[in-house]
Structure formats: C-alpha cells, structure tokens
Design a protein around this ligand. Structure first.
Ligand code: ADP
Length: 171
C-alpha cells in the first residue's frame, strides 16, 4: 500500500499530477498559504470558476480546472480550524481527505497531491495531522484501484519527518 503513497518536499504548484488539492477557505475565494500560491500559479480564471461554486463547507470538497498549473484539476477542500482538539477537528480533517479522494475517484484521477491540510494558518498540529492524512489515504486506497499515486507534499523538513513517521507506523 505504501508504494502508492509518496512523500515529496517542495511547492505543490509545480507538480504535474492529475490533481492538486487546495487547503481552501469556505468562501473558495482565495487566501494565503497554499491557497494563495495555487491561485497565483493558476491565474485569474481559477478564481472566476471558484466564484461560481458558491463556497464549500468544512469537510467537503469541490473540483475545478487547473488553468495555468501543470496539474489538470484542483480539488478544493476545507479543513477544520484547530480549537484544541476536542471540537471534532480530527473527524473533520479525516472527512476533508475522504471527500477529496472521492471526488478524485469520480473524475478518473490517477495521480493526486495533497498539502498538509489545516496544518498552516488553521493551526492543526502537524504530527497529528500527518497521522490522520496517512490513515485516511491508506484506507481509501485499500478499496480503490483507480488512484495510482498519492503525493504528500511538505513545505518543511519537519512536515516531511512527520509524514515519514506516520507512514512507517502504518505499515
Ligand atoms: P490551512 O489554512 O488549511 O492551515 P495553509 O495554506 O495555511 O492552510 O497551510 C497548509 C500547509 O500547506 C502548511 O503545512 C503549509 O506549510 C503548506 N504550504 C504552504 N504553501 C505551500 C506550497 N506552495 N506547496 C505545498 N505546501 C504549501
């Protein structure tokens, strides 16, 4: 199973995969972090398409074109804001991964790259987030044969270490 999951360090907007996932805000109208980077790289057509979607509640996902990105699609999902861990944050983060993977499956996507959803401005602890990400992705791939490769994209060495540990723990 772990041969279908790969940890990659760097900028998700550079990846030539079928879909990159965006850690979006509920308005889908742009923000900072990975969302800002994706919109800058995709160009203004992306925000135009997002305007027509009417937002996205936390835990759900929406798909758009990739426009100026090397990726064909962007899957926008909204993770939970961290409020200490006793407000359903784990379940909502897991749901954001599941919703994104389900949309990918429905759209025949074979290669997909995730940033560390909620682990930036939304404050979710990276180690806990990486375990949830790996757990959800593994259990989805066990039941799905169409997705060939999932990249876990990290923006720091710390994040890479967390993902590696989570993957080793999941063997
Ligand atoms: P959220 O609001 O869901 O926390 P952020 O964009 O603030 O989303 O952060 C999510 C994660 O994405 C963080 O770990 C951050 O370091 C990472 N990140 C930011 N820019 C990029 C990028 N260009 N490529 C990959 N990861 C990125």
């Amino acid at each position: 199973m772990n041969d279908r999951i790969e940890v990659a360090l760097g900028d998700i907007t550079k990846l030539a995969v079928d879909a990159i996932v965006n850690a979006a805000s509920p308005s889908l109208l742009g923000g900072g972090g990975v969302d800002g980077a994706i919109h800058r790289a995709a160009g203004p057509c992306l925000i135009e398409e997002c305007r027509g979607l009417g937002g996205c509640p936390p835990g759900e996902a929406r798909i758009t074109g990739g426009y100026g990105l090397p990726a064909k699609f962007v899957i926008h999902t909204v993770g939970p804001i961290w409020h200490g861990g006793r407000h359903g944050e784990d379940e909502l983060l897991a749901k954001a991964y599941r919703s994104s993977l389900l949309l990918a499956e429905e759209n025949g996507i074979k290669t997909i790259a995730f940033p560390a959803i909620s682990a930036g401005a939304y404050g979710f602890p990276m180690e806990r987030a990486s375990k949830i990400a790996v757990g959800e992705i593994r259990s989805f791939l066990e039941k799905n044969a169409t997705i060939e490769k999932v990249f876990l994209v990290c923006f720091s060495e710390e994040a890479r270490g967390c993902y590696r540990e989570a993957l080793e723990g999941a063997i």
